[in-house]
Design a protein around this ligand. Structure first.
Ligand code: G3H
Ligand code: ZN
Length: 309
């Protein structure tokens, strides 16, 4: 057991406790990616402002830039000093070595991502990683991914074609064969945003009926990746349909970039980093806080899931 896991378990809710409680309340846990301390500060500030729990995520690329152990140490320090319900996920982890690195650094969850491989290979690699991280700390939540939702939390010219949606049957088989705690299926979601989405002219829509069926078949927590640019009503109904965790990254990156551009343009003689970066933290915080308020807003009744426009 890692030091972080031991400390957290002494008197605080685990990530599983939080997910179980939110599911009962009809709320979703917001997962927000960070690749630098500005984004991390913004996510923590939003958690403090709203008092909602957050799952802080860092993909392999984000962890390489930030430092997996460095990020884990910062989150641990914040968690202890602020008492906020902050959790840490090793997002999109494509190798056993990287999964173990995160587990040993004290991450609360690992998104094991072999979804680009054929189904049987995905099963075999995911199962191996689940067993390995649980041997480090059985409390770590192991997520597995099926289907294709494209890659990259970036602004895209066109939607990536040929995306394959997950079926309830493969969800059931995958959960049974791998022992994962939560499943990330392809249900109409996609990573990144089209330019029209950044401009607010288009929204992502989800296959809500498929989420209901996958939830029934899988019987575990469900994660929605590629949340940026999704229609608000689809988000709320996706939670009612069985989604427990929602990943948002590109929206934060867009706010980070736009506010940084603005802050730099304000005064070309300004060279004090914290004066330039403070407004950036604030802009990203607003995006995170607004998503958190939506995920914890008025719950939708399960009967209303099919009534989306
Ligand atoms: O794992 C990260 C996410 O799935 C984020 O996707 O950039 O479309 O919000 P997004
Ligand atoms: Zn993702």
């Amino acid at each position: 057991m890692t030091e972080i896991g031991t400390l957290r378990n002494a008197g605080k809710d685990t990530l599983r406790d939080v997910l179980t409680r939110l599911e009962k309340e009809g709320a979703g846990l917001g997962h927000f990616n960070v690749s630098d301390q500005v984004l991390l500060k913004a996510v923590i500030a939003a958690a403090a402002e709203t008092t909602f729990p957050v799952l802080i995520g860092a993909s392999e690329g984000e962890r390489d830039f930030f430092g997996a152990r460095q990020l884990a140490t910062l989150v641990k320090t914040e968690r202890e000093e602020s008492d906020l319900p902050l959790f840490l996920n090793a997002d999109h982890t494509h190798s056993l070595a990287k999964a173990l690195e995160a587990a040993n650094a004290g991450f609360d969850a690992v998104t094991i991502d072999f979804s680009a491989l054929p189904f049987e290979e995905n099963v075999a690699h995911t199962k191996e990683a689940v067993q390995a991280i649980k041997a480090v700390n059985p409390a770590i939540l192991a997520e597995g991914e099926i289907g294709d939702i494209g890659t990259g939390s970036e602004i895209k010219e066109t939607a990536q074609g040929g995306r394959r949606l997950s079926t309830p049957e493969e969800a059931r088989q995958f959960v049974e064969a791998t022992g994962i705690d939560n499943l990330a299926p392809a249900v109409g979601n996609m990573h990144g945003m089209l330019k029209s989405m950044v401009q607010g002219k288009a929204k992502k829509h989800l296959d809500l009926e498929r989420i209901v069926q996958i939830k029934q078949a899988a019987g575990v927590f469900l994660t929605l990746h590629g949340g940026s640019g999704t229609d608000d009503e689809h988000f709320r109904k996706a939670i009612a349909a069985g989604i427990n965790i929602i990943h948002i990254n590109t929206e934060l990156r867009v706010a980070w970039r736009e506010s940084l551009d603005k802050s730099l343009a304000r005064d070309s003689n300004e060279v004090v980093p914290y004066k330039i970066l403070r407004p950036v933290v604030d802009s990203v915080k607003q995006v995170v806080a607004s998503r958190l308020r939506l995920f914890h807003g008025q719950a939708v009744s399960p009967e209303a899931v099919g009534t989306v426009a």
